[in-house]
Write a protein that binds this ligand. Structure first.
Ligand SMILES: Cc1cc2nc3c(=O)[nH]c(=O)nc-3n(C[C@H](O)[C@H](O)[C@H](O)COP(=O)(O)OP(=O)(O)OC[C@H]3O[C@@H](n4cnc5c(N)ncnc54)[C@H](O)[C@@H]3O)c2cc1C
Length: 357
């Protein structure tokens, strides 16, 4: 990309909001995080490729930037958002105090690793005929329930040490750094938010309901993942739908005039310092506890009211200026509300959305 003459990369730039005029997307408002200034990026076509929203949850294995910015921006601009209740939780992420939520791939279970509880009992045998290789949502829920009584471990110590090191060199090394020798010890694990199946709804050419706005990748909802993504399908989705979207956007810009007359409220361009780390943690905690792996009908209703209160606080804080943490935390609140509202609307348990009676 860096060598391509037509591609310019803007480091340290955070898209804050889409510019919509007369129902058409004209680009984005962007925060230069080093200069601490908000700039306008005018564009005939805008493509969202900003990834998912795993950071909405306390336990997640997503990068820090996965704060659902694209979904939140598009929702504020009036784009159609679908299937946000379908958040996929990966069953096995490292659960070691003070260490990252490092993902422990399904292939470890594929190579014979078993899940055991604090008493060393293998609990998946009673849950599903495929045992540890049952679908992700089933394994994640079983671990979640088991953890009410104590920690859960992934155990592959019955396989030969040399085999484990050769088969999982990266995982072995990472765990070694975190103080665990996976060929000799059980690995403490717990589920973590992993993938956002829903998002900005597009057709098969990446077009949203807003002219000039396109989306692909995890930010988009193309429908291909249904209610529960199959492992490895998301990179495939990124490749297929970027190939579909770019020619569509190119065709679109050929019929659009340049527009230099986009207006923006001057209050939107002020940078201010505000630390909202605690509010961010509160959103993540609420979502993990109440709109996570297992959902309860009454609980999600109450949660929505709490989240709306938090959203109002963040809205008020943004009235006289913005900064990157404030922008991302507000996006988390917006996305949390989208997930919770969708979870309330979906009355049956299906795929990643599970309601307990
Ligand atoms: C640990 C882990 C393992 C995975 N393993 C697999 C696998 O084996 N197979 C598979 O198919 N999928 C896997 N996935 C899922 C897959 O990696 C993601 O779905 C995919 O990378 C998403 O790509 P993307 O281009 O849509 O978004 P990303 O790769 O997340 O890229 C989004 C980019 O947008 C930028 N961005 C975000 N917000 C803004 C903003 N406001 N302004 C400017 N820039 C912004 C981010 O900085 C980032 O560079 C895995 C995911 C995780 C977390």
């Amino acid at each position: 990309m860096r060598q391509h003459p037509n591609i310019q990369i803007f480091e340290s730039h955070l898209a804050v909001d889409l510019l919509i005029q007369n129902g058409v997307c004209k680009g984005a408002e962007v925060l230069h995080t080093e200069k601490k200034e908000i700039e306008l990026f005018l564009a005939k076509a805008t493509i969202l490729a900003s990834g998912g929203a795993g950071q909405v949850y306390e336990r997640n294995c997503n990068p820090a930037v996965a704060t659902g910015d694209g979904i939140a921006m598009a929702a504020r601009a009036g784009a159609e958002i679908r299937d946000m209740e379908f958040i996929q939780f990966h069953p096995t992420a490292l659960a070691l105090e003070g260490k990252p939520t490092f993902l422990l791939s399904e292939t470890i279970r594929g190579e014979g690793a078993i899940l055991v509880n604090a008493q060393g009992e293998r609990f998946m045998e009673s849950q599903h005929e495929l045992k540890e290789l049952a679908p992700r949502d089933i394994v994640a829920r079983a671990i979640y329930e088991e953890m009410k009584h104590g920690p859960v471990y992934l155990d592959i110590t019955h396989r030969e040490s040399a085999y484990i090191k050769a088969r999982f060199p990266y995982i072995y090394e990472q765990l070694w750094w975190y103080g665990i020798k996976m060929d000799k010890e059980r690995i403490p694990v717990a589920p973590a938010a992993h993938y956002t199946c829903g998002g900005v709804h597009t057709n098969l050419n990446g077009e949203t309901n807003i002219p000039g706005l396109f989306a692909f990748g995890e930010v988009a909802h193309t429908g291909v993942h249904g209610a529960n993504r199959l492992a490895s399908n998301s990179l495939l989705e990124c490749m297929v739908f970027s190939e579909q979207t770019v020619p569509t956007a190119v065709k679109y810009v050929q019929n659009v005039e340049n527009d230099k007359n986009v207006e923006i409220d001057s209050r939107d361009t002020v940078y201010k310092k505000t630390d909202v780390e605690e509010i961010k943690k509160e959103i993540q905690h609420i979502m993990w506890e109440h709109v996570g792996i297992v959902r309860h009908e009454l609980d999600v209703d109450e949660t929505l009211q709490t989240l709306k209160g938090i959203q109002s606080t963040l809205d008020a804080l943004q009235k006289d200026g913005k900064n990157e943490m404030l922008v991302e935390t507000k996006n988390l609140a917006d996305v949390a509300i989208l997930i919770t509202t969708a979870a309330i609307a979906r009355k049956e348990s299906i795929g990643c959305h599970f309601i307990a009676n």
